[in-house]
Design a protein around this ligand. Structure first.
Ligand SMILES: [Zn+2]
Length: 148
C-alpha cells in the first residue's frame, strides 16, 4: 500500500486553525519541495461551501505569492476544511502562519473586482464563486488564530 502522509494524520486529534508542515520531498537534483497543511476549519465539524472555497483558491493564488517566493501550488482539500500549499524550500511555521493571517486579512478587505480569473475563459466553474462566503470563513479562521 502506498503511504500518503495526509491519510495518516489523525483528524480527530487536530485543532483548527493551524499551519502544519505535511511533507518534505527531495527531488533527484536536490531541490526540496515542502508541503504545508493550512487548516481553516475543524475536520468533521464544518466545511467551507464550494463557492467560498473556490474564491479563496483564486485569491490565495495571488495573495500568497506576494509574500512567498517559490510557491508551486495552493490547492483546496477535497474535504473542504483547508488548503495545501507546496513550495520550494522550507519556511518556518511561525512565519508562514503570520503570512496566512495577513492573506486572510486581505481576503476580508477584498472587493469583487479583486478576484482574479473569473471569466468563463479563465476558470473551470466561473459561476461557482462566493466572496461573501470566502470572507466569512477568513474571519472565522482569523478569530481562531486570535484565540491562541
Ligand atoms: Zn476557478
Amino acid at each position: 500500500m502506498i503511504k500518503v502522509e495526509s491519510f495518516n494524520l489523525d483528524h480527530t486529534k487536530v485543532k483548527a486553525p493551524y499551519v502544519r508542515l505535511s511533507e518534505r520531498i527531495k527531488g533527484p537534483k536536490g531541490d526540496m519541495v515542502v508541503k504545508y497543511d493550512l487548516r481553516m476549519v475543524q475536520p468533521n465539524t464544518d466545511s467551507i461551501p464550494t463557492g467560498g472555497l473556490h474564491t479563496l483558491e483564486h485569491l490565495f493564488a495571488v495573495y500568497f505569492r506576494k509574500y512567498l517566493k517559490d510557491v508551486i501550488d495552493i490547492s483546496p482539500m477535497g474535504c473542504r476544511t483547508g488548503f495545501y500549499l507546496s513550495k520550494f524550500g522550507e519556511t518556518p511555521l511561525e512565519e508562514l502562519q503570520q503570512i496566512f493571517i495577513n492573506v486572510l486579512e486581505e481576503v476580508i478587505n477584498s472587493r469583487t473586482e479583486d478576484i482574479p480569473a473569473v471569466t468563463e475563459k479563465e476558470c473551470g466553474n466561473f459561476k461557482d464563486h462566493s466572496l461573501f462566503t470566502a470572507k466569512e470563513y477568513a474571519k472565522r479562521t482569523l478569530e481562531g488564530f486570535k484565540k491562541r
